[in-house]
Write a protein that binds this ligand. Sequence first.
Ligand SMILES: Nc1nc2c(c(=O)[nH]1)N[C@H]1C(S)=C(S)[C@@H](COP(=O)(O)O)O[C@H]1N2
Ligand SMILES: [Mo]
Length: 301
Amino acid sequence: MIIRRPPDLPTAEITDEALYHDRRRWLAATAAAVAGLAVPRSAAALGQGQDDKPTPYDVVTTYNNYYEFGTDKSDPAQNAGGLKVKPWTVSVEGDVKKPGRYDLDDLLKGLPTVERVYRMRCVEAWSMVIPWNGVLLRDLLKKLEPGTNAKFVEFTTLADARQMPGLRYDVLAWPYVEGLRIDEAAHPLTMLATGIYGKPILNQNGAPIRLVVPWKYGFKGGKSIVKIRFMETMPKTAWNLAAPNEYGFYANVNPNVSHPRWSQKTERRLGEFFRRPTLMFNGYADQVGSLYSNLDLRTNY
Ligand SMILES: Nc1nc2c(c(=O)[nH]1)N[C@H]1C(S)=C(S)[C@@H](COP(=O)(O)O)O[C@H]1N2
Ligand SMILES: [Mo]
């Protein structure tokens, strides 16, 4: 197995110029998104003839995966309403200059807020388009200052049996854990979301704060994060532990690598009748492909 050594901490090295260009690109992207024109050029070029209209709010908030509240798609909306999300503490640990137990408001204080309309695809081969509000994870990294040995970031999410009926079933090894390589975390597409459609994010979608990584399978988007840990070694993630042959660490959307039990060639966009072809990196290949140029995507799925 070829695993590329992660580059040295990119957050510390991002030049102002690179940030400036990112900002310009993203101002343009955001302006288009706000105007309801968030059609990716790559999808148009592939002749899908369909656009990426945001999925209706009631679908986004009633068709969910959040196994701590049950495994049916309707369970989270039904069972998560009582989750207490304020006050909320996030503990920052590991190789980082500013560790600590942060109240969520303090953690995010001073970070610019963004709105991004992203295609999201579940490994179960359905997808949505969601207008997220929140912050860029890279901005939080700059504030927390990971150390030079921080090659990965681990996200641990809430596991509270009193509030989460699904914890009775050992479908996953609770708590739910996700992880990113540090350069994936610092990528300008990666968000921590606190809202959807301009409203505070509902519990079923991962209140009060969840990860959003649009070029990866939805399972990378850990919900209701309580711990962020910077580490040198690759985190053991919940899905990888549950089924290593089905869910690799990388979880990049790749239509050429089938899930062992079903194809990943096409997907059902919720609200649409015809299936769509699945795009490499969920249509974000131009932006993120270079992160994986030294990685064999068949073995590092
Ligand atoms: N804590 C936690 N986070 C989670 C999950 C989960 O079961 N528990 N499911 C993941 C999966 S498989 C998907 S597809 C997305 C779904 O996010 P959504 O319901 O907001 O669309 O959340 C991800 N984050
Ligand atoms: Mo998923």
